[in-house]
Design a protein around this ligand. Structure first.
Ligand code: CA2
Length: 146
């Protein structure tokens, strides 16, 4: 049987804390809850997901290179606060061919000014923000159709 196309779902710093604090901003779902919902949706879409989280910028960069080198269909990326700071992430995204869907649980543009700048957005195919955990499912729908 042919292997299903793989979509990497990469999560950055502090997202391991999801569901434990600040539910009014980020919702009550944990990252495991989101992974479960994405597994179900992936089955329906005929893709497989590879979901990861790291608090380390270099891990995210290595995983972007890996997604590219292994021929992943797409990457869904919530880079957390690195979104607003990381030129290294921007350069990595610029250097890969695999399409990237940027996702955020909250709407950074409705928050503090320092969250308004994204180093990911200019090198992503598109951005989904402000829809909580549902945003990951919307991103997966988009990524599967690219
Ligand atoms: O809205 C998003 O998804 C963000 O990427 C989340 C980042 C934030 O820095 C971005 O501006 C927007 C923060 C992730 C931290 O997640 C936590 C979850 C629960 C408790 C504490 C932090």
């Amino acid at each position: 049987m042919a292997t299903l196309p793989t979509i990497f779902v990469l999560n950055g710093p502090n997202l391991n804390l999801l569901g434990t604090r600040e539910p009014e901003i980020y919702g009550a779902d944990t990252l495991d809850d989101i992974a479960g919902a994405l597994e179900d949706r992936a089955r329906a879409l005929g893709v497989r997901i590879d979901m990861r989280q790291s608090n380390h910028e270099g891990h995210l960069i290595d995983w972007l290179h890996e997604a590219n080198a292994t021929g992943a269909k797409a990457v869904i990326l919530n880079a957390g606060a690195f979104t607003h700071t990381s030129i290294a992430l921007h350069d990595a995204l610029k250097s890969i061919r695999v399409p990237v869907v940027e996702v955020h649980l909250s709407n950074p543009h409705a928050r503090e000014a320092f969250r308004h700048r994204s180093f990911v957005a200019p090198v992503a195919r598109g951005t989904i923000a402000g829809f909580g955990a549902m945003g990951y499912e919307l991103a997966l729908d988009a990524a599967a159709r690219l």
